[in-house]
Design a protein around this ligand. Structure first.
Ligand code: CA
Ligand code: ZN
Length: 298
């Protein structure tokens, strides 16, 4: 098994980054990941002054995938996510929807045990997910704290165990990297952190050449969802909606009118996160309904 250590990481996704490992399509690999603060917060008494803010949101990689070329789609099956026994959350006057209610920044250590995280005195089910996962973008480097068409900091709850993430490839070898695990996160990620945690991810990577994507798509056991990021949530929602309509017409042969009506009757326009430099929305269609077409959406 190919195993990449957590210190083999980058803070931006870039065509220029030197790969830490080369894999072939069909290979499985394990990425060990630090938390989004590069594991710098070890106690609730730690202060933001003790954090090197130039070294946050590390992503383990990049991984060069042999044969991946611009225009291909990287298919990343998330076979397993293991998280550490302690996570961290933060509230701050500088980030999050409710930042006007706080001054400075304070951290809380979050015990994780027996499938539950202890938040605000109650047990919250652990649902591990990947905050940052992406390939090198087409243009200049994008910091790992930002999302985009290449993936990155999508903070999308559906990118969890058992899901397959489809990413458009922009550079030879794709240059896949991932980090920023959350033991749990709600839609919106409103305080700016999920239950941030170190851990490891078991992935299987393949290349698809029978589908074209301009933005990421995630498939879970229940839905297929297009994911889009933009300056405003309105724009992100608009893009995710358009991407799903395009998939329904191109892949299932629906007319524009039928795709639009089906989405309006049975689709789910959802918020992924509203706290990163770009906001992220998704458009989810239930696989139960998609199965009625007898053709794969993706
Ligand atoms: Ca994140
Ligand atoms: Zn995070």
């Amino acid at each position: 098994m190919i195993h990449v250590a957590r210190d083999q990481s980058v803070f931006s996704l870039s065509a220029e980054a030197a790969p830490v490992v080369r894999i072939r399509p069909g290979d499985s690999l394990v990425l060990d990941t630090a938390d989004c603060f590069s594991d710098q917060i070890q106690s609730a008494e730690d202060t933001p002054g003790a954090v090197d803010w130039g070294h946050i949101n590390p992503a383990t990689g990049p991984v060069f995938v042999e044969g991946a070329e611009p225009g291909d789609v990287l298919s990343v099956l998330i076979e397993r996510i293991d998280v550490a026994h302690r996570g961290v959350m933060a509230v701050s006057g500088d980030f999050g929807v409710l930042r006007d209610r706080f001054e400075g920044m304070s951290f809380a250590m979050i015990p994780i045990e027996g499938g539950f995280a202890r938040v605000a005195g109650v047990s919250v089910p652990v649902r591990p997910m990947i905050g940052v996962i992406g390939v090198a973008p087409a243009g200049s480097a994008v910091p790992c704290g930002s999302p985009g068409s290449h993936g990155g900091n999508m903070d999308t709850r559906l990118i969890g165990e058992g899901a397959t993430l489809y990413l458009p490839v922009f550079v030879t070898g794709a240059l896949l990297a991932a980090g920023d695990l959350h033991a749990a996160m709600g839609d919106g990620e409103i305080c700016g952190t999920g239950v941030e945690v170190a851990g490891s991810i078991l992935l299987r990577v393949d290349i698809r050449r029978d589908v074209k994507l301009t933005n990421p798509v995630v498939e879970t056991s229940e839905v297929v969802a297009t994911i889009a990021s933009a300056e405003t949530l309105d724009e992100a929602a608009d893009s995710a909606t358009r991407e799903m309509a395009d998939l329904l017409t191109q892949r299932l042969g629906l007319s524009a009118a039928d795709a639009t009506m089906l989405m309006s009757a049975a689709g789910q326009l959802q918020v992924s996160q509203v706290v990163d430099p770009l906001k992220t929305a998704r458009y989810a269609m239930s696989k139960e309904i998609l199965a009625r077409f007898g053709r794969e959406l993706i």
